[in-house]
Design a protein around this ligand. Sequence first.
Ligand code: GTP
Ligand code: MG
Length: 443
Amino acid sequence: MRDTIFALASAPGRAGVAVFRVSGPQAATALARLTSQREPVPRVLTHQIIKDPKSDELLDDGMTVWMPAPASFTGEDIVELHIHGGQAVVAALTNALSAMPGLRLAEPGEFTRRAFQNNKMDLTAVEGLADLIDAETEAQRRQALRQLQGELGRLTESWREQLVRALAHLEASIDFIEEDLPAELADDVRTALATIQAAIATHLADNQRGERLREGLKIAIIGPPNAGKSSLLNMLAKRDAAIVSATAGTTRDIIEVHLNLNGYPLVVADTAGLRESDDPIEIEGVRRASARAQDADLRLAVFDQATWPAVDPQTRALIDGDTLVVVNKIDQGISESPLEIQGLSAIAVSVKTGAGIEALLEKLSQEVAERCHLSAAPSITRARHRQALEDCSEAILRALGSMDPELIAEDLRLAVRALGRITGRVDVEDILDVIFRDFCIGK
Ligand SMILES: Nc1nc2c(ncn2[C@@H]2O[C@H](COP(=O)(O)OP(=O)(O)OP(=O)(O)O)[C@@H](O)[C@H]2O)c(=O)[nH]1
Ligand SMILES: [Mg+2]
């Protein structure tokens, strides 16, 4: 018989209410022993006195709910105990549950693992649930919920089913084929494969918006020393995250802040001012700044209006179509030169007075939304989804390029398996551990 597992489902620490969850064959017994409830009504929250079954001592006055298998989160019998969220109450109930035969504390992610094993969720839904718990912004919440509700899983499954059908069609004929595929069958199979391949290619050409939204869009603030990069970061973060000083070369390490811009998550990095230097620490700072700038999804290149439109070669080399150019300190006067560089118009601001900041934020919001807004299509939210879709697409392309039915069938099997890895239908063991390890409340 399977172990019955239990865990605190709510966050650890002092709170009004704490929720314990018990799942497995001993759940009903545990409920009966803690509350004297013999025949609980399913899925109804009831007021109960909770006692320690060994000592009969009163533990708490709370609520319980009974969710019998299979209509529960794990697919097993589940009991939930809603108690007062004080540390001593939580400790007392933990001790009482641990002392019961057949019950043990759940491993991190074990409830969800059981839900997966009992076919309550596929792997994309498991990931969606983990993302929903981690979601910090509105757009992340929406994306996670859509994945939890199964849209990516359903799409993948529909492609997989179509491939399986094409494969079955082909295999049924292979026994009768002497050499090459008959033209008619080849046409049918090829049309089906080309359609799936085109659909997968469209999804892959999504500019990685789903991954960016899940992880946060990476923004690097770059530019020459003393331009006001750290001042801009502090203004965006609404706190003194980075040291600001009139000394050029103040920032050395990368300073990162997480922000929510209109529901989109940003990871904004302030970097060292870019310039030639003899100081080994500053040289390392500049190296890190360039590396971070190249890794970023979007760059904010900040210049002092006093030197504008002169642009130092190190910053110039990092300016491209994914860069917003910002000319700062316009409170000290603005140069007559046009606010444009390499075809990009610059946004004139004063971090000190706030002038132009609204326009900068508006432009930034637009650029961010363009890169990670949720589209109607299911999002690819993880590198492993992308890898599997690429593997699948390559296998289909190989199949489309072949005339040998055995080789086509072999490539189709590979394509089916690649899609199966996304939902966990096949080849899951290698990825299970990674996913369930990530899925750990309060990690
Ligand atoms: N007048 C004026 N001064 C500003 C403005 N923004 C920043 N400063 C000042 O410019 C100086 C440099 O600002 P920082 O934010 O430290 O500049 P930085 O680009 O981070 O400099 P490094 O870290 O050395 O590369 C500080 O004295 C700021 O107070 C502004 O809009 N107007
Ligand atoms: Mg700085």
